[in-house]
Design a protein around this ligand. Structure first.
Ligand SMILES: Cc1ncc(COP(=O)(O)O)c(C=O)c1O
Length: 365
């Protein structure tokens, strides 16, 4: 199948860096590429400090732990997200409290936060879903009013901007994933970014089993092995050089899809709010009742024509471990009706035309 949802693009630079790391003998979690990747990615996002991790889920867990969040605490998260966001909260002993989605741009709805605040609420984790930033000013207002922490889950939104500032620079800590389907990848991998030096030091220590940097094998708290390898970072350093061009190509692909799918009755297209620079990690559509076939029917038709798609995430409150007997109408609507279309940076205009033609035909256009 050629029309893939998310195919990484790796080349000579990645290969050369990995060869260099192998030749240096530094293949575990010490080595030059790790510091370079941390510094350069943090710099790219306009943030002071980076702590590279083995994946995005543990980056979130590390951030929550560094902020002292644990048993008895509550953390507000969108119901519509990848399960890793909620799981990271659960690992700390805290409880994820779900919030419905915004009907237009699909991220956490800031108008629904206030009603879920309790004396136990400690933090909010907005997720920049599928590459579109959350409404950070509205979220920050609630954060300030209730003295909460803000952790951005920017796993899906490398390079996205809110009011001209890169996402990741807006909260106490931001977390990124570099899984193979992300905008830039290290295979598996993640990073926490912060401007706060003491949180930075804490996260470095917690990432390494709580090891005291000044006293060998002394551990005055329980930490984790959440380290990234130099091999992963070698790939990351090379990928970072391409990040702006990947974002441009994702945005180009989105503008092709937008013009090709505009006006198909029953198909809702992704938006870009006036305050947002969407990086379209996944170009996604929502199939409504007025479309002649169901969401799953359309996905099957596309698969028959060699087009890979993914359904939207299940809303967390519908999953057995998190089922709270609650209803979040927007998250459920999106979850049941959303499709991620092929969004690989290598997709051509011809491929977008081919994919859109199938959707238009099924829509009777
Ligand atoms: C929103 C979100 N949060 C958390 C994660 C977890 O990241 P990882 O798969 O690197 O652990 C992902 C992606 O996979 C994600 O999309």
């Amino acid at each position: 199948m050629k029309n893939l949802v998310a195919q990484p693009e790796l080349g000579e630079e990645e290969l050369n860096n990995v060869v260099q790391a192998v030749k240096s003998g530094w293949i575990s979690s010490k080595g030059e590429f790790i510091h370079t990747f941390e510094e350069e990615f943090a710099h790219y996002c306009g943030i002071k400090y980076g702590v590279a991790t083995s994946n995005g889920t543990v980056a979130l867990h590390l951030a929550l732990t560094a902020l002292g969040i644990g048993t008895g605490d509550e953390v507000l998260v969108p119901s519509l997200t990848f399960v890793g966001t909620a799981n990271a909260v659960t690992y700390t002993g805290a409880k994820p409290i779900f919030i419905d989605s915004h009907p237009i741009y699909w991220c956490i709805n800031p108008d629904r936060l206030e009603e879920k605040i309790t004396p136990w609420t400690r933090a909010i984790i907005p997720v920049h879903l599928y590459g579109h930033p959350c409404d950070m000013d509205a979220i920050m207002q609630v954060v300030r009013q209730h003295n909460l922490y803000l952790i951005e889950d920017a796993d899906e939104a490398h390079g996205a901007e809110y009011k001209g500032r890169k996402v990741g620079a807006l909260g106490d800590i931001a977390c990124f994933s570099f899984y193979g389907n992300k905008i830039i990848t290290t295979g598996e991998g993640g990073m926490c970014l912060t401007n706060d030096e003491s949180l930075y030091r804490s996260m470095q220590i917690l990432r390494d089993h709580g090891a005291d940097p000044a006293r060998r094998y002394w551990h005055d708290r329980i930490g984790f092995n959440y380290r990234m390898t130099n091999l992963q970072a070698a790939v990351g350093v090379a990928q970072l050089l391409r990040l702006d061009s990947f974002v441009e190509r994702k945005r180009q692909l989105a503008s092709w899809y937008n013009s090709l799918l505009q006006g198909v009755p029953g198909i809702e297209l992704p938006v870009e709010m006036p305050w947002a620079r969407n990086v379209y990690w996944m170009y996604s559509i929502v199939v409504s009742d007025s479309f002649p076939i169901s969401r799953d029917g359309l996905m099957n038709r596309l698969a028959e024509e060699g087009v890979e798609t993914r359904p939207f995430f299940w809303s967390m409150h519908l999953l057995p471990p998190y089922s709270q007997g609650m209803s979040f109408p927007q998250a459920e609507r999106l979850s049941h009706r959303g499709i991620n279309l092929p969004s690989s940076v290598s997709l051509t205009r011809e491929q977008a035309e081919y994919i859109a033609a199938i959707i238009r035909k099924e829509g009777g256009v």
